[in-house]
Design a protein around this ligand. Structure first.
Ligand code: FES
Length: 267
């Protein structure tokens, strides 16, 4: 077979022959991610105004310990570990965060945006060595499948929250009555976006379809595989929508709780 030897020249950082706006997407990712991290950290540190009546912010769900009526085990009883008492979200946010940080799509996006490694395809990068994800610290990214197990539980928990968001306190009877507020719809949409993102995960696709050699012998599993694959085709869109919407859901409930806006009841 004939061979052609082509010498490969290492590009300087940022050097490229590309004429398109290759920097636009990494820049947008940098701005959106940074804004999300700043807002989430701020919301995490508030420790209050995370619920409004039957609505509970997804950043604080499930509220294991806390002072709101949504707390599963009541107030935090171990003052020698005060950070949970300070904000119930301290026990929670690590799970969805681990899932997003190790997501294959997000990895590709934030490696470009934050580390410029590389900034984009065919653009010179700042490092001369490549350690990949086979060594520390990035080997930890391989835990994505385990983060997925927790994320699936969170889809169920957020669905339960959205269900509770449809039941409002009735002062006349002292019980609860069915209703729909703008907040109920916001919470339901949050489940739709997070569900679409989680159920389209690459790791779930492998879990559902990777065990059997011939999916045609397992029709139910084949259907599930097709559904996950269908969601997976638009995984980046689900990733962005769910990121935006979870922030909007927290902000909406927070604004209702502080009295800045009033939740409008449709039903
Ligand atoms: Fe994105 Fe699993 S690959 S959530």
């Amino acid at each position: 077979m004939a061979e052609v030897h082509v010498s490969v020249q290492r590009l300087r950082f940022g050097q490229t022959q590309r004429k398109d706006a290759w920097w636009a997407m990494p820049l947008l990712t940098l701005v959106v991610f940074t804004s999300f991290i700043v807002y989430t950290t701020w919301a995490l540190l508030q420790g209050e105004h995370y619920w409004h009546g039957n609505y509970l912010s997804p950043f604080y769900s499930p509220e294991l310990f806390g002072d709101s009526p949504h707390a599963v085990f009541g107030p935090w009883r171990w003052p020698w570990l005060p950070f949970v008492r300070y904000s119930p979200a301290m026990l929670i946010l690590i799970f969805p965060l681990a899932f997003r940080m190790t997501c294959y799509y997000y990895r590709g996006a934030y490696y470009k945006a934050f580390w410029a490694d590389p900034p984009s395809c065919a653009v010179g990068e700042p490092r001369t060595t490549y350690r990949g994800e086979a060594k520390l610290p990035l080997i930890i990214q391989n835990a994505h499948r385990f983060a997925l197990y927790f994320a699936l539980v969170f889809v169920v928990l957020l669905s339960i929250d959205a269900w509770h968001g449809l039941w409002f306190a009735d002062p006349a009877t002292g019980g609860k009555t069915f209703g729909i507020g703008i907040g109920s719809l916001v919470m339901i949409l949050n489940v739709v976006f997070i569900g679409g993102y989680t159920l389209g995960c690459h790791s779930l696709r492998h879990l559902v379809g990777g065990v059997l050699d011939r999916l045609s012998r397992a029709p139910v599993r084949k259907k599930a595989y097709d559904c996950v694959s269908c969601l997976n085709r638009h995984h980046p869109k689900w990733a962005w929508f769910s990121l935006f919407w979870v922030g909007i859901t927290d902000a909406y409930i927070r604004l209702c709780s502080t009295g800045v806006i009033t939740d409008w009841r449709i039903l």
